[in-house]
Design a protein around this ligand. Sequence first.
Ligand code: GDP
Length: 300
Amino acid sequence: MITVLSGGTGTPKLLQGIKELVDNDELNIIVNTLENEYFSGVYVSADIDTVLYTMADMINEEFWYGVRDDTFITHERLNEIGTPELLRIGDIDRATKIQKTLLLENHPLDEVVKIQARNMGIKANIMPMSNENSDIKIVTDIGELEFHDFLIKHQSEPEVLDVVFSEVAPAPGIIEVIKNSKAVIIGPSNPITSILPILSLDGVREALKETHVVAVSPIIGNDSVSGPASKFMKALGIPVSSVGVASLYKDFLNNFVIDDKDSDLKEEIENFIDEVTVTNTIMKNLDDKKKLSELILNNI
Ligand code: GDP
């Protein structure tokens, strides 16, 4: 059994490779829930839905959000009748979100995700990191912003001074799943708003010390491959580099995978991480994703 810790862009790319190479019945995916919130009357768990759609081969790979070839009839009509939406929710995607909202009336989030995964024909065990809602604030030079206001309304442009989130309890079974895994893979996701929330759950860091952990760096050179990760790292005083990412995982990490372009950092990181693997980590196509997954899986 292996377990992957995931956010909503970088790790799902890696999952497209991993899912082709392992028995999906033996695959757990623990997903960030930090940004879950209600929009337009439906429960939006962006990273969970991205992982669901990735594993069901439905993901929109242009945005790593929503369903490929979706239509936006409801979104456009809402705009026409005077209720514009902050999130551009597609019609098929909205059905997933409506179902989640209805199921949440009678089930905790982890059970809802299990039902939806089963209905989509997914064999892997997708687990939200928590059943509780988090509270996250991005403190910026124009004031304190809600996460989606920062990301969408302000296009991640304000200067970030701090990222603050509340602690929540781990969803049932997460600690056991980590402890019982042959290895845990931390995908190349935003270390601050996707991976740290999972690591800050009670018992997760301790459980990770009991298994073999491999992480892929989301930072190449001095910037993230996409998204605001570098802004968030800078705000928290963490060097924006693979060295900075490794420092966040150093108490449990066994192997850190960094990009060819950062090969000069290998020695420095090996001062505090057992093993550093240097390879191409940019995943443009399925071949890249499978090669990176194969390298990780062969080393665990
Ligand atoms: P979010 O929920 O949209 O923030 O998505 P994630 O947290 O999963 O991922 C965002 C991170 O993925 C960013 O920090 C990117 O640098 C990283 N990322 C995206 N694509 C790639 C890729 O092909 N290779 C690597 N190494 N990192 C990537």
